[in-house]
Design a protein. Sequence first.
Length: 589
Amino acid sequence: MCGICGEIRLDGSAPAVTAIDQMTARMTSRGPDDMGLYMRAQMGFGHRRLSIIDLSTHAQQPMVDNGLGLGIVYNGEIYNYRELRDELIAKGYAFFSHGDTEVILKAYHAWGEDCVKRFYGMFAFVIWERDTGRVFCARDRLGIKPFYYTNSGQAFRFASSLPALLAPNDLPREIDPVALHYYMHFHSVVPPPHTMVKGIFKLPPASTLVIEPNGQRRESVYWQVDYAPDPQERSEEEWEALTLTALRRAVERRLVADVPVGVLLSGGVDSSLIVGLLAEAGQHGLQTFSIGFESVGEEQGDEFQYSDVIAQHFSTTHHKIRVDAERTLPAMQACVRAMAEPMVSHDVIGFYLLSEEVAKHVKVVQSGQGADEVFGGYHWYPPMLTSTDPVQDYAKVFFDRDHADYARLIQPEWVEEDYSRQFVEAYFKRPGAATAVDQALRIDTQVMLVDDPVKRVDNTSMAWGLEARVPFLDHDVVELAARMPATLKVGQGGKYILKEAARRVIPAAVIDRPKGYFPVPALKYLRGDYLNWVRDIMNEPVARQRGLFQTSYVEQLFAAPEEHITPLRGSKLWQVALLEFWLQTHGVG
C-alpha cells in the first residue's frame, strides 16, 4: 500500500521535478516507510512506500527492470502474486525481488494489457515502456485504490490523492458544477470521471488508460458485473454454501502479508463474519478494534455490546476505543485534510480516529465494507422488488434533496441541469440488470460504494499509514452475489443469504440484532461547540466571498438544524458546512 504520482510531458520538455517532489511529499502518510523518485526523458515518477510485502530494499519503487525496458509505480496489493510469480518463472522470467510489484511488471510484459484480468487484489499503477514511450495506467475492478489525474495538453499528471495533485499550486482550483450537483444530491457521491475540482479527474474502476507518446489516449473497461440470473437452478442451502466458500477464499487471500493482519470489528454481521472465518482458518491471537462515541440524547454512540460478543466468542485481543466530544472536534481539521474529496458521512471521523489507534498496533486490517451493497443490506432494496418506477423510488430514499431544493440552496449561477437524476436514469438503463432491485444493487456496488464507503476507508486509514483490505469486494464474491436471485439477498429485511450462511460461523446474537452503523451523533445533531464551529466555518470571509450558498436557506438550517435531516439520516447543515470546510482546507473555489 503506497502513494504514487508522476508527470508525463506531452510537449517534449522535461518533467517538473519540483512538482513531482511536492506531490510525493503530500502523500507521506500513505507511505511513511520510504520514498523514491525517478526521472527519464519526458517522464518523472514519485512513490511513497508502506512496506507490507517483501520488506527489503529490493521491492522499493519506482521499480525499473532494465532487461525488459519497463518501469512501474504501484499502490495496492495483489493477493495471488505468488501463484502468478510461479507461472511467470515457468515461462522463463527471473525475479530480483519477492514482492508483488515485480510480478505486475513481468505480467504486463508477458500478457500485455490483459494482465489486469489475472489479478486478485486492489491496485492502481502506472507502467512505462522505455523504448516506445507508451504509458499504461490501471485501476482495480471495484475502485478500492484511487487514481486521480489531470491533462493540460502539455502534460499528464497523476496521483493517489487529489490534494497531492494540488500540492504544486500550479493548477486551476475551480469548482466543477457537475460534481457540486452530485455532492448535494447523491449523498456526496461524485461518480467518475468528475471530482469537485474542475479539470481534475479520476480513472473509473475496472479501467485502463493508455497514453501514447504523441498524447493520444485510449481508455478501456476490462471487467463488468453481470446481474443475469445463474442458469443453474440452486437451492437456498447451495447458495449459502457457495457464499461461505467464496468468502473463505476472499478472507484467506487477504492474509497475504509479511506483517500481522487485524480486523476492524464494528459488531455487525459483516465484520463479525470476517473474524469468524479468520478464526476458522486457524488465526490465533487476532487483534480486533472497535470505536464508540458519546451519545447525544437518545442516540447511542457505540455498539460495543455486539463487538464484545464476537471478541469473547473467538478470544481475540480486543481494543475498544472510546472517543468523547472533546477529542472529536479538534480532529476534524486533520480529518478533512485527509479527504481526497469531500465526504459527508459521519463515519469519516469515526474511521479516521479508529485508524489512528489501530495503526499503533498493526499495519494491515480487514474490514467489512461492501457487504451491504453486494448482498443487499440497505433498507431501500426490499421495496425495489415491486417497484414500477425504479429511478424515482431509488432517488426518494437515497438522494439528499431534489433539484428544486438544490435551486433554493445554491446560488443561481451554479444551478444547471439535474445531473444526478440524469446519471441514475442512464445507469439504470444499462444492459445487464433487468430488475429494479438489481439495478439499484449494481449502481450501489459499482458507483456509490466506490465513492463513499470504500473511498472513506482508504482516505482515513492511509492518513495513518494503515492498509485496509475488504474481502466482500473480492471480485469472485461480487460476481457470485450478482448471479444470486435478488429475493435471497434482500429477503427478510436484507442480506438474508449472508445472514443464513453466517449462522454456521458466528453467534446468532450479532446476526439477529437491529442493523447498526458507525454512529457519530454529534455530527447529526449539531449542538453547542459543534454548532458554533459550523457557524464559524460559514462565516469565514472566504466563504462569504465565494457565495456558493443562498443565505436565506443557510439561515433556515441554523435556525433549526435538527429538523433538517436527509432521508439517509444526515444533517443538511453538516453537509453544507463540510463542503465549505473542505473547499477552505484545500484552497478550492
